[in-house]
Design a protein around this ligand. Structure first.
Ligand code: SF4
Length: 107
């Protein structure tokens, strides 16, 4: 059984991922909190960081493309400025721009 993750553990994880990829985190505190809490709940239930805005099949292999950061994040951030959940954003993303739902790239 994986060690349970705290909110702070997850925040540290997503911060590290954003720095490593040259992205930034969603600057809306409420949205960011919801996404981190969703990732935390997924990790503590499934043992991996299933995307907080996609349904899990509760199988690591079947979900592997949507383990955060998902396989689609890089392209979505390039094309739209943010990932499907809006957790990660382009470093120079204009925060006054409204965040619209982007198309699901997952086949
Ligand atoms: S859409 Fe964003 S939050 Fe969801 S898995 Fe991909 S990178 Fe993570």
């Amino acid at each position: 059984m994986n060690k349970q993750k705290s909110y702070e553990d997850v925040k540290e994880y997503v911060t590290r991922i954003s720095i490593r990829n040259g992205w930034k985190l969603n600057s809306d505190k409420e949205q960011l909190d919801d996404l981190i809490t969703g990732l935390q709940a997924n990790f503590n239930r499934l043992g991996y960081y299933n995307c907080p805005c996609r349904d899990s099949q509760e199988d690591h292999q079947l979900d592997r493309d949507i383990i955060c950061p998902c396989r689609y994040a890089e392209q979505d951030i390039k094309d739209y400025g943010y990932c499907y959940c809006t957790l990660y954003q382009q470093l120079d993303f204009d925060i006054s721009r409204p965040l619209r739902m982007i198309p699901e790239r997952r086949p």
